[in-house]
Design a binder for this molecule. Structure first.
Ligand code: G3I
Length: 362
């Protein structure tokens, strides 16, 4: 009550003052917390006209500060690994849905959408499945059952899926190390049918192809566009394409823009699906995340969200950051321990990157 009286008091003083001289009185709208009115208090999900997603892990959601940050800032979640084939398809006779169910229920309880990641990925076929050395007929019939069972289980609750992830190597050739290549004479046809299986299991789910470096690698992007053209011609139901956007402060922004425009020329939904911006680009053990570095990262995030906002509204789907806080980013193991790629710091405070991301949104 006291706070409101003080605010009303200031209000009347300002009004009274404004009646008594020519000077223009600027009435500062202090937000409820009384913090600096010049720092936007909108959250990402409050401002965005599309979903703002984050990759989350079940074990990290046990941290109440992490859970609260997800609920406060994000409108969609992606399981960082819990909804992948290897984590669900634990044997030829059993699925383990525990972690996937946890994420889907958490999302429902907190009015968040779920993006399913990912049904078919060369790095996530379970060992028992690989060791079975199925021929193409058996391989496909079992993958069809898996997709039907998993997408069917979450029908209406998982609104979109990365059906297929990372099938092209750098430059656009089909990935050599994939289990698929030696089994199928026409791997792209197999991938297209996987989209059909997912569609049959949940006709309302949006179905994506997801890959990395799409906007930077013209050869890979060309291969993706050719696959999309073939899918459309064959009636394989693809709705969108995701570029993971694992980029950096020094990623060439013109190259990014050119590739992004080309990707958007597919006319499909565009998902920035795993966004994080590396700062310690030299992997230096003596790296310091200075204010200047933080500001550069903020400008990179603003560039990316501004670029995404320039899409036609009907091609906007979501921007997903690959993680919530620098504390749990995959990059400290995969890149360097001194890496700070996300929007919230290790104490869940907004970094300049958060403001940059926000300011790029319309
Ligand atoms: O948390 C469990 C732990 O309880 C268990 O004892 C241990 C051993 O099984 O596994 C731990 O889970 C690990 C998980 O990361 C959490 O740390 C998984 O083994 C490990 O495979 C998993 O790695 C994930 C990786 O994909 C493979 O699924 C990373 O978190 C995740 O960031 C990474 O994400 C990929 C995208 O899916 C596709 N694009 C590239 C991106 C980065 O590689």
């Amino acid at each position: 009550m006291i706070n409101k009286q003080i605010i009303w008091g200031i209000f009347f003083v300002l009004i009274f003052a404004s009646c008594n001289n020519d000077e223009k009185v600027v009435f500062i709208n202090a937000d409820e917390s009384g913090t600096n009115p010049n720092v936007p208090t909108q959250t990402l999900k409050e401002k965005a006209k599309f979903k703002i997603g984050a990759a989350v892990k079940m074990k990290d959601l046990q941290d109440v500060n992490y859970k609260n940050a997800v609920i406060k800032h994000y409108s969609q979640i992606t399981g960082e690994f819990e909804m992948k084939m290897a984590n669900i398809w634990t044997s030829s006779t059993a699925y383990n849905y525990t972690a996937a169910d946890y994420l889907v229920n958490f999302a429902k309880d907190n009015s968040l959408e779920v993006h399913g990641h990912t049904l078919v990925w060369y790095r996530s076929f379970p060992d028992w499945f690989v060791n079975a050395k199925y021929d193409s007929i058996a391989f496909e019939s079992k993958v069809k059952v898996f997709i039907t069972d998993v997408v069917g289980r979450y029908k209406g609750r998982v609104k979109s899926w990365d059906v297929v992830n990372e099938v092209f190597a750098d430059g656009g050739a089909l990935r050599e190390e994939s289990i698929i290549k030696p089994i199928f004479k026409d791997p792209i046809g197999f991938y297209g049918r996987c989209f059909q299986y997912a569609k049959a299991a949940d006709p309302d789910a949006k179905l994506f192809y997801n890959d990395y470096n799409v906007v930077l690698d013209a050869g890979k992007r060309s291969a993706i566009k050719k696959m999309v053209t073939r899918f459309k011609a064959k009636g394989y139901p693809i709705d969108g394409v995701g570029d993971q956007f694992h980029y950096a402060n020094d990623t060439n922004k013109q190259t990014m823009q050119t590739g992004f425009t080309d990707m958007a020329s597919t006319g499909l939904l565009i998902h920035i699906s795993e966004l994080d911006i590396k700062v310690n680009t030299a992997k230096s053990d003596s790296y310091v995340f200075t204010d200047a570095e933080a500001q550069k990262q903020s400008e990179t995030y603003k560039y990316i969200t501004s670029m995404y906002e320039a899409l036609p509204q009907n091609q906007k789907f979501a921007i997903t950051t690959w993680g919530v806080t620098d504390k749990f980013t995959w990059l400290t193991e995969a890149w360097h321990p001194k890496e700070y790629p996300l929007l919230l710091d290790s104490e869940f405070n907004k970094k300049p990157a958060y403001q940059g991301f926000l300011s790029g949104l319309k």
